[in-house]
Ligand binder design. Structure first.
Ligand code: DON
Length: 561
């Protein structure tokens, strides 16, 4: 047993989705805001900013805290992307996992050449080299104001002294335990998290606390070398994993140029490859805008609106499968994919009255459940949009023994075999084939929208390929349909990704009329919720923040002291 649970009274978070505005314009006009996946992350980020820390400091502290209190996605064993707007400059940090040196293109194929159904999802062989600690360190070196140890400490405290398990976390743990049992992929997950299924218990993680102390005191060396590295590598060696000491020592987070594009007068700053998200959102929003230049904008969430967005989505995902992968390994034709004339051509293929036949929607350049996201704005107007993941809930379901943290199953985001869908139904080929030290293609799309050089919107979500829809719709909801932050995250959303054929995945909450009309057109309606948006919106100089009511998020706006 590596954790201790003491039953205590459950403090539930009620109304956690509501934006709790404590702002008072009479006292101060400067505000800061967070939209976080849980109350612990929210409090830690607010405390840091209250103490004079900036949005990046708050992000680092929140990232480490979520590794303790939001173990299904918050992590030090995974990776992520951070989009920044700092001192009026944009920036992008890629701390995505990399394939280990021993990885190879066919590593998940059996002797018949078929993709193994679970090896890239559960167990030590599913993990890429974690990037989070290197990423947070790089962010701190470039932008941090408060000391590193101050930012890691809250996570140490939560791991060492415990936190009260929210009912929604307990529920996810018990569902995950059931799932790995059903799939015959039991790991050491139950030893660490099993007892946490008791909602209201105090959950203490001593091994994780010790690892976080090494990170607090020695920075990345406390993770990629020394005792933590030894724990990771021995666990890998004993359990068929591939990550070596050399892999850990070679990991590097990278600063990249974010994608910028103009949309209806806004400047949108978002994730470049190895994310597919930024290119996809640019194409998706661009196609919708092209179509409504010459056609009436369909009513919000009507059948014609869902059809229009899905038609555009078909083309987005056809391009994603063909052209996108790690730009350090594959020449991604980024500029051509987001060029306005290309987007206009793709928009002209959209059929407004019928479904384009799926096999005919080709990549256009041919010549002829768990990740988490948070958004932060500080009193200086800097913004951080950060999406982080260990891929599915609880990652590979394995804890690096001795080090106490969950490892990712990000290897499933590679294309294990051309044309064979991964967990999220995404297909791919050469661009996203497995290779040593390559980064697997992602859909994470942390995004910042600027208006006249000021932050207008900070948005992002988990959800695999549905992230791209959640982010696109959050922009359409707020900036095209004038929805509030609260409405933008809680109104029902929908998603279409080319395959499965003509299937639109929908949240509950749509009226039956548009769904029946879409079924009559030939669409299959798949009622299956996705995503968890955390969004900050600025209107007339005032911030509003919202986290989806379905999750356990907390969004707060405060007046600067
Ligand atoms: O990087 C990606 O696109 C995926 N690994 C994200 C996974 C995810 O969002 C799971 N959440 N529900």
């Amino acid at each position: 047993m590596r954790l201790f649970l003491i039953s205590c009274f459950l403090i539930t978070l009620t109304g956690c989705s509501a934006s709790e505005s404590t702002s008072d314009a009479a006292v101060s006009t400067a505000e800061y805001a967070v939209a976080m996946p849980d109350e612990f992350g929210a409090q830690v980020a607010l405390d840091v900013m209250q103490e004079g820390g900036n949005a990046v400091d708050a992000a680092i502290a929140a990232q480490f805290t979520l590794a303790v209190t939001y173990p299904e996605a918050g992590n030090i064993g995974g990776g992520g992307f951070m989009t920044l707007y700092f001192d009026q400059q944009t920036d992008f940090l890629d701390y995505r996992e990399m394939a280990p040196a021993l990885a190879n293109r066919d590593m998940y194929l059996d002797d018949k050449g078929e993709v193994h159904p679970t090896e890239s999802l559960y167990g030590a062989k599913a993990s890429g080299i974690p990037g989070t600690v290197a990423g947070m360190w790089a962010a701190h070196q470039k932008y941090g104001k408060l000391p590193w140890s101050r930012l890691v400490q809250p996570a140490v405290t939560y791991a060492e002294q415990g936190f009260v398990v929210p009912a929604k976390l307990a529920d996810r743990v018990s569902r995950y335990l059931k799932r790995i049992k059903e799939r015959g992929r039991q790991t050491n997950f139950a030893n660490y998290f099993g007892p946490a299924a008791t909602a209201g218990a105090l959950f203490i993680q001593p091994e994780l606390a010790a690892t976080l102390k090494r990170i607090r005191d020695h920075g990345p060396q406390g993770f990629y070398a020394g005792e933590t590295a030894d724990f990771i590598v021995s666990y890998m060696q004993a359990n068929g994993g591939l990550i070596s000491h050399e892999d850990l020592s070679k990991y590097q987070a990278k600063w990249r140029d974010p994608i910028h594009f103009n949309w209806r007068g806004y400047e949108i700053v978002t994730a470049p490859p190895p994310s597919s998200g930024g290119i996809a959102v640019a194409q998706w929003l661009g196609m919708v805008d092209e179509v409504i230049k010459t056609n009436v904008l369909p009513a919000y969430n009507s059948a014609p609106y869902l059809h229009l967005v899905s038609e555009a989505g078909k083309r987005v995902f056809a391009d994603r499968a063909e052209y996108l992968g790690d730009p350090d390994f594959y020449n991604v034709p980024q500029a051509r994919l987001i060029a306005p004339d290309y987007i206009a051509r793709r928009a002209s293929e959209v059929n407004l009255t019928a479904i384009s036949p799926t096999p005919e929607v080709k990549p256009g350049l041919i010549e002829s459940e768990d990740t988490t996201h948070f958004s932060i704005v500080d009193k200086w107007g800097n913004a951080v949009s950060n999406t982080t993941t260990i891929n599915l809930s609880f990652g590979a379901g394995v804890v690096a023994e001795g080090a106490g943290f969950l490892l990712n199953d990000e290897m499933d985001d590679f294309s294990a075999k051309p044309g064979v869908p991964n967990f999220f139904g995404a297909i791919g080929g050469e661009a996203n084939a497995i290779a040593p030290y390559k980064r697997m293609l992602s859909s994470m799309t942390p995004t910042i929208v600027l208006e006249d050089d000021k932050v207008k919107l900070v948005t992002g979500s988990p959800g695999g390929t549905t992230i791209i829809s959640s982010v696109t719709l959050s922009i359409l909801n707020t900036l095209l349909f004038d929805k509030s932050a609260e409405e933008a995250v809680n109104n029902p959303r929908f998603h279409h990704q080319l395959w499965p054929k003509d299937t639109i995945r929908v949240h509950e909450g749509f009226s039956e009329q548009p769904l029946t009309a879409l079924e009559k057109m030939g669409y299959v309606i798949d009622r299956d919720r996705f995503g968890d948006l955390h969004l900050i919106l600025q209107q007339n100089g005032k911030l509003s923040a919202a986290s989806e009511a379905n999750g356990r998020g907390k969004a707060v706006v405060k007046s600067a002291p």
